[in-house]
Design a protein around this ligand. Structure first.
Ligand SMILES: [Zn+2]
Length: 625
């Protein structure tokens, strides 16, 4: 713990340190001195530039005001228009979490508002944006994130100590094992091992496999994986095929940190709670219950994009925007001191979209890249987005004009918001006037988007901050939250219904199919990838009847596909992404694609970049250096 001694040495005489400790990758100084707490920024800057670690100064319990007094003072310091909703005091961490509608009004110019709060209360403020839409499940997720600060402090400290353990001096080797998601779309999971570290990236389910079957889950029983020995888990983004098995890791004995962005954390909570609910409603047993989700959340650490975080004695993690869904990350691991750099893309989109910025290519070094291949096949060329929009809108208007309903199956997160954003523009221009119903967790996901505008495209960010033309809070946009509301959507006039699940494998879309599929006036428009084996793929391929809840339903509605909304990169975009990386990789592994696409992409990249590429299968282990 040389580092801590170093910090101590550089602290000014008036620092009055009560505790000096690691909290995960950061160093936190708890002080008894008002003067040091309020005016330490120069001293901290000096220390940070010396040790290259983040340092946070917090008040000790001797220093901060009693929460009742502090509450009054903080409320006085916050302008009315900030829309203060809640103050949550966490004495063990010296922190007060301030939840408000307009954080900018609280933070003030160059943080002057925060300093005012510090001065008035002697607490360390952390401001969070309240979603602009009411959602029970988002509220539940946000409650979980602030539970049990005493445990959290202890946990972060233990993680911090473990990260600084002495490195052994043996051979330096790195290997990576595919536990799921290789030559398939679904159950993504990779294990990275070095002499020092065992780190798991993603743990999802395969939505196209029989629930509860081995094929549904990654190979978490692989001989090289012992959950108790795992040092860290990283989650790229909160789609079911990447995140649904994360709580299971905690149920089965994993006890360490989970790294992901804040929106990914919140979205994972929502998705996994929903996963349990759907499993119950379909009489399948979910492999865990909500206590496992809670366990995961309490141990989640949420770096910002671009923040370099030590996660084990020989690994540094950086998450950067993947452009796929809100909070989605490219995962960069720096191993050893310059030994090797791994870029695991998760799912990524190297194209502008309505909601997000394109994936970030700014990585100093990448030796091995693991890329998704969803649309990486030889002939995969995405239609330009404008064409997809045109096709969607013309099919939609045709259907609405003849009095029909448009059903759009979509994942709660991602495509739903893309389609909604496009429809909001149309509503703005008065190009159509019908209701847009959102069923399943889409409305909850929207609520979450409004809480993290900084993760969105500039255009949508501006709209949310301006409020009046936010796509999420328009009058014609109707969340479906009850049986009656669903009835209204089904029996009312022409409308667009965006509903989960995205591949028609369960969820509310089934009710709509049951009632609406046999009417030829209606239309189902696919805007997302339909995996082999899913009902969505069967309908897309022209099935003339389907079975819903044990009932045979004829499919007479029109079927259309508007591709081009993809949240994934196509073949050429993947090639361009690799070429535009600041440092191009010397080895690429392909995953997350149908078998032939993984092989074809490996071959394309080999030819385009003249590098070593392969398409490993599940349970392969590959040495990287
Ligand atoms: Zn995804």
């Amino acid at each position: 713990m040389e580092e801590l001694k170093d910090v101590k040495k550089h602290l000014p005489a008036n620092a009055e340190v009560s505790e000096l400790k690691y909290e995960a990758s950061d160093i936190v100084i708890y002080t008894n001195s008002e003067e040091f707490f309020l005016n330490s920024s120069d001293a901290v800057k000096k220390i940070v530039s010396k040790i290259k670690k983040r340092v946070d100064i917090r008040p000790s319990s001797k220093l901060f005001k009693d929460p009742e007094v502090a509450e009054k003072r903080i409320k006085k310091a916050i302008p009315e228009k900030a829309g203060l909703e809640d103050l949550i005091f966490q004495p063990s961490l010296g922190k007060v979490i301030i939840r408000a509608e307009k954080p900018g009004e609280i933070i003030g110019k160059k943080g002057s508002g925060l300093q005012k709060i510090r001065k008035a209360s002697l607490w360390s403020p952390q401001v969070e944006r309240v979603p602009a839409i009411e959602s029970k499940i988002v509220n539940r997720a946000r409650e979980l994130t602030v539970e049990d600060p005493e445990f959290r402090k202890k946990f972060l400290h233990e993680v911090g100590e473990k990260i600084r353990m002495d490195k052994s001096v043996g051979d330096e080797w790195i290997r990576i094992g595919g536990l799921g998601g290789c030559r398939q779309v679904g159950r993504s999971s990779f294990l990275v091992q070095t002499e020092e570290s065992k780190v798991l990236m993603d743990a999802g389910i395969d939505p196209s496999a029989e629930p509860g079957s081995q094929e549904n889950y990654p190979y978490l029983d692989a001989p090289e994986l012992n959950l108790q020995d795992l040092d860290a888990v990283i989650l790229s983004h909160a789609h079911a095929d990447h995140c649904s098995m994360i709580p299971y890791l905690y149920k089965m004995g994993y006890d360490g940190p989970l790294y992901c962005t804040k929106p990914t954390r919140d979205m994972m909570i929502m998705n996994t709670l929903d996963y349990i609910k759907i499993a119950h409603s379909e009489n399948n047993r979910a492999p865990y219950d909500s206590s496992a989700i809670k366990k995961a959340v309490k141990r989640t650490i949420t770096p910002d994009y671009g923040e370099v975080t030590d996660i084990t004695p020989d690994m540094r993690l950086t998450l950067k925007n993947a452009g796929h869904i809100i909070g989605s990350s490219l995962v960069h691991l720096h191993v050893g001191e310059g030994l090797h750099n791994i870029l695991y893309t998760g799912d990524y989109n190297y194209d502008k979209s309505e909601m997000l910025r394109p994936a970030d290519t700014n990585f100093q070094r990448v030796e091995t890249m693991i890329t998704e291949s969803t649309y990486g096949g030889r002939n995969d060329k995405q239609q330009p987005r404008e064409q997809a929009q045109k096709k969607f809108l013309s099919k939609m208007k045709q259907t609405l004009n003849k009095g029909g309903k448009v059903i759009v199956p979509a994942f709660a997160v991602g495509r739903s918001q893309e389609v909604l954003g496009m429809l909001a523009d149309e509503l703005d221009r008065n190009y159509f006037k019908y209701n847009v119903y959102l069923d399943g967790m889409i409305n909850d996901a929207n609520a979450l988007h409004t809480a993290y505008p900084e993760f969105l495209s500039k255009k949508v960010q501006r709209k949310i901050l301006r409020e009046e033309d936010s796509p999420f809070t328009k009058e014609q946009v109707k969340p479906v939250g009850s049986h009656n509301e669903r009835k209204e959507a089904i029996e009312g006039g022409p409308a667009v219904i965006i509903t989960t699940s995205g591949m028609v494998t369960g969820g509310p879309v089934m009710s709509y199919l049951q009632k609406l599929a046999s009417d030829e006036k209606n239309c189902m428009i696919f805007v997302g990838y339909q995996a082999e084996g899913t009902l969505g793929r069967r309908i897309q391929n022209g099935a003339d009847h389907i079975e819903v809840n044990g009932e045979k339903v004829e499919v007479n509605m029109e079927i259309a596909t508007a591709s081009g909304f993809s949240a994934h990169s196509d073949k050429q975009q993947i090639v361009n992404f690799c070429k535009n990386l600041r440092s191009s990789p010397n080895k690429v592994l392909t995953n997350h694609g149908e078998e032939k696409k993984c092989f074809q992409l490996a071959s394309t990249l080999h030819k385009a970049l003249r590098i070593d590429t392969s398409a490993p299968q599940n349970l392969d282990v590959i040495r990287l250096n």
